[in-house]
Design a protein around this ligand. Structure first.
Ligand SMILES: Cc1cc2nc3c(=O)[nH]c(=O)nc-3n(C[C@H](O)[C@H](O)[C@H](O)COP(=O)(O)O)c2cc1C
Length: 182
């Protein structure tokens, strides 16, 4: 089967949230460039692509256009520095449905301490936190990013706004996210 190009389906959004269980874990592993090397059954079901189109695909296969660029910039900077990160993420299924997750993403190391890939475990997000905290925050980041046309500038604008908001709250990104984890 021909591989579906991940940008082709970007425009189609149904507005339908795909349900999944509170106890279900959505798992993927990637290589150093973010190409998917492993996906569990829950991921495959929610993503809605056949497994052979998921394995080897870049993780932005499931990127949702409502995600600010700044969040992914922070994710990659943190991972490449060898640290774990927790992030709220909305993902897009193949048919344009979406699902919100709280992702815990970590580097994997070999015996000599070198990063060999990355690993993400995701679980369901509390609806109130999504609606009242994360969606408004991400909407502000997207607004700040919309003033720029290239993804690098967008990411910088998004991160810069996020840092300002965190400074106003006198908190760090990690403290902020942990305060929302239930
Ligand atoms: C282990 C791992 C898991 C990831 N999980 C997701 C994910 O669930 N959704 C997503 O949109 N991007 C995820 N990413 C980030 C993507 O690699 C990519 O940076 C993001 O989709 C933004 O794509 P873009 O740079 O083309 O805008 C993950 C990256 C890694 C390393």
């Amino acid at each position: 089967m021909a591989r579906v190009h991940f940008r082709e389906t970007m425009a189609q959004l149904t507005g339908v949230a795909r349900p999944f269980g509170q106890n279900e874990l959505i798992v993927t592993k990637t290589d150093l460039k973010g190409h998917i090397t492993y996906a569990n059954d829950v991921f495959i079901r929610l993503a809605g692509y056949p497994e052979d189109q998921i394995l080897g695909a870049p993780h932005c296969l499931i990127r949702h256009p409502h995600m600010p660029h700044g969040v992914f910039r922070l994710l990659w900077e943190t991972l490449e520095a060898g640290r774990e990160i927790f992030a709220f993420v909305v993902n897009r299924s193949a048919n344009g449905d979406h699902y919100w997750v709280l992702a815990h993403v970590t580097p994997s190391f070999n015996a000599s301490g070198k990063i060999t890939g990355y690993h993400s475990n995701r679980r369901a997000v509390d609806d109130n936190i999504r609606k009242n905290v994360i969606e408004p925050l991400y909407a502000s980041m997207r607004n700040a990013e919309a003033k720029y046309s290239n993804p690098k500038d967008k990411a910088e604008a998004g991160i810069s706004l996020l840092k300002t908001i965190l400074q106003q709250k006198e908190t760090t990104y990690d403290e902020f996210v942990f305060s929302l984890c239930k």
